[in-house]
Design a protein around this ligand. Sequence first.
Ligand SMILES: [Zn+2]
Length: 316
Amino acid sequence: MPKIFICSWHEYVNYFFKGIHDIPEDEVVVVRDPDYFDRLGDILGDTDPKVINDYVMWRTIKFTLTYLNKEAALIKQRFRKVARGQNTDKPQWKKCAEMVGFGTWRKQGINLAAGSLYIKSKFSREAKASMERMVEFVKRAFREVVDKLDWMDEATKERAYTKLDAMREVIAYPDEILDAEKMNAYHAELIEGMSKEGVEECGLLCKRLEINKWYTRTVYDKLRKPVVVGDWRDVSVALANAFYMPNENRMEFPAGFLRGAMFNYNLPPYLNYAGIGGVIGHEISHGFDDQGRQYDEKGKEKDTQGSITDELNLIC
Ligand SMILES: [Zn+2]
C-alpha cells in the first residue's frame, strides 16, 4: 500500500480495526473514490498543520455539541448560520426522534430497539399480512405483463420469472424485533456498556458514545463472516421510504412508510393499491432496470451478453 499522507494505508486501516481484526499488508481494500484520497493528500500536504489540527478538534467538538446543553446547541446553530446560511434549527422532538433512528437512513445503533417500540404500538400483524398479500398480487400482475410482451423471447421471459420468483421482501419489520430474547442477545454488549458506572450520571453524550462504540464494533465484527442475505439486524423499520437491493434481490417496505396516504389497513384494498400498490410495482421493476439487470436471481453480478432484449437495455 502506498504512503498517502501522514501514515501508510496499512497503518491507517489497522488503526480503525484495532482490537477487532488484524488487516494484513496484502488485504484488498475497496476505495470507492480514489481521486478523493489523491487530492486529500495534496491538500493535507499544502495545509498548515495547525489548521488541520484545529479542523480535527472542531469536528470532534461539533459532534458532541448535539448531546450537550442548550448553550452548546446554540454554538452549533451559530456555526451553521455562518458556514451555510441556515438560520433555523430542527425542532427538538425531531432531533430526538432522529437520534434514536426514526426517519433516518443512518443506522446509528438503536434503530431496531426504537423500531420494536414503534411496531408494538403502531403496527399490527394483520396489517403486515395484508401487505404481504398485496405484494404477492402485484408480483402476479407483473408476471402477467411479462407474459403478454410480444417483443421478448421465451428464454428471456423464463429468466424474468426465475428472478421474480426468487425476489424476497421484508414487509414492515423483521419478526425478530418482537422476540425479546433475540433482541437482548443482539444488544447484550450495549446493555452492559450502558450499565457501567458513571454512564447514567454523565448523561446523553456518554450514552451516545456507548452506542457508537458498541455499534462500530458490531459492524466491524462482520468482516470475515459470511454475508447473511436479508439479515434482520440490517433492516430499516421506522423509515419513510421503500427500496430494492439488487445484490440481494430483495425489497424492503419499512413500517414507517406504510402509513398516511400510502397504506392504511382499515381502508378498502383498492385505496391501498392506489397508494402503496404503485410503489410495490415500482420496486419490483428495479430488479429489471439498467442496474437490477446486472444481477441474477441470487443477487450475484452476472454476464448479460447473449440476450436479444439485452440490446434494448431492458432486461432482468
Ligand atoms: Zn425507485
